[in-house]
Design a protein. Structure first.
Length: 309
């Protein structure tokens, strides 16, 4: 009992020393007001979340791990020793198992790819760096993501009648317009995939007999393999789009420097105050793209050699 009293006394003494203001006054004490959080423009979403300090979208986070192929094979509505129900029901079980396995394989492989991207985040940040490509707009908080310009070389087109042909050494084409953004684009927007967990089929198409279990296991395995292949194909397509857009934005900057493409026309509308009632804005500036940049076919505006881009 004496030991417990000593421990309690030490605890009360520590609490009193930690809160001298509370110990000195018996009345209410005004707690300090926490400071405002620091603004972080880099944490905002590139396009959809213009608020400073908003969550970055998308992020590689600790997502729930998808179920394994073995767990999908083990799905049962309850074992029944009744005889087989026929080939029609086998087909229904097989199709449900294939779809279930395909969803599981797609989710599992996508999760593995996201995990791989997370391990190489630092390298990917350096390899796919969009920061040198964006253009400043306004006071610096708003950025202009340049358009994507594709290039084709040694192009040839034939008329369906076979009477006309066209040979072109080089073709430039604007495939994506410029956009106002709050942060430079990130490779995560292209490569990080959201994971959808497989949806368990209804009881009517789950296996009940030993024969249906074998049909189910085979269907899940085949669907799982197809889902994994689809995940890899999606990742490779996303990687190709990322490389295309990065190179296309860099190509625009090169063409802009040599005069083969126009600069975007950006308008600024300045207001000292705006709003009223529920919302009041001070020193409000509206930035708007009035004209998208276009390719300039007038050679007189170019200031490059014949071999330049």
């Amino acid at each position: 009992m004496a030991k417990s009293s000593a421990i309690l006394s030490c605890g009360l003494l520590a609490l009193a020393l930690a809160t001298p203001a509370l110990a000195a006054s018996s009345g209410p004490v005004a707690l300090p007001v926490p400071s405002n959080p620091a603004l972080s423009p880099g944490a905002a979403s590139p396009i959809d979340t213009p608020l400073t300090g908003a969550a970055e979208i998308p992020r590689i986070s600790d997502a729930t791990r998808p179920p394994s192929m073995e767990s999908l094979m083990a799905v049962r509505p309850g074992y029944s020793p009744r005889p087989d129900t026929g080939a029609d029901h086998d087909d229904a079980v097989r199709h449900a198992a294939w779809a279930y396995g395909a969803q599981g394989g797609l989710a599992a492989r996508s999760f593995a790819l996201n995990d791989m991207l997370g391990r190489y985040e630092a390298t990917l940040d350096q390899t796919f760096d969009f920061r040198p490509l964006v253009l400043p707009a306004g006071s610096g908080q708003t950025l202009l993501r340049p358009p994507v310009v594709s290039e084709a070389q040694m192009a040839m087109a034939l008329d369906p009648s076979g009477q006309t042909a066209r040979e072109t050494r080089r073709i430039f084409r604007v495939t994506r317009e410029a956009q106002l953004v709050s942060a430079p684009p990130q490779w995560r927007t292209w490569l990080v995939r959201s994971i959808t967990m497989p949806e368990t089929p209804p009881d009517a198409v789950r296996p009940r007999t030993r024969h249906e279990v074998e049909v189910w296991r085979e269907g899940v395995a085949r669907g799982w393999a197809a889902g994994e292949r689809q995940a890899v194909e999606i990742f490779l397509d996303d990687l190709a789009r990322l490389e295309r857009d990065l190179i296309g934005m860099a190509r625009y900057r090169v063409l802009l420097k040599v005069g083969k493409v126009e600069a975007p026309e950006v308008a600024f509308f300045q207001r000292d105050t705006d709003g009223g009632k529920d919302v009041l804005r001070e020193d409000d500036t509206e930035i708007r793209i009035r004209a998208q940049p276009g390719l300039d076919a007038n050679r007189a505006h170019w200031h490059v050699g014949e071999d330049a881009p």
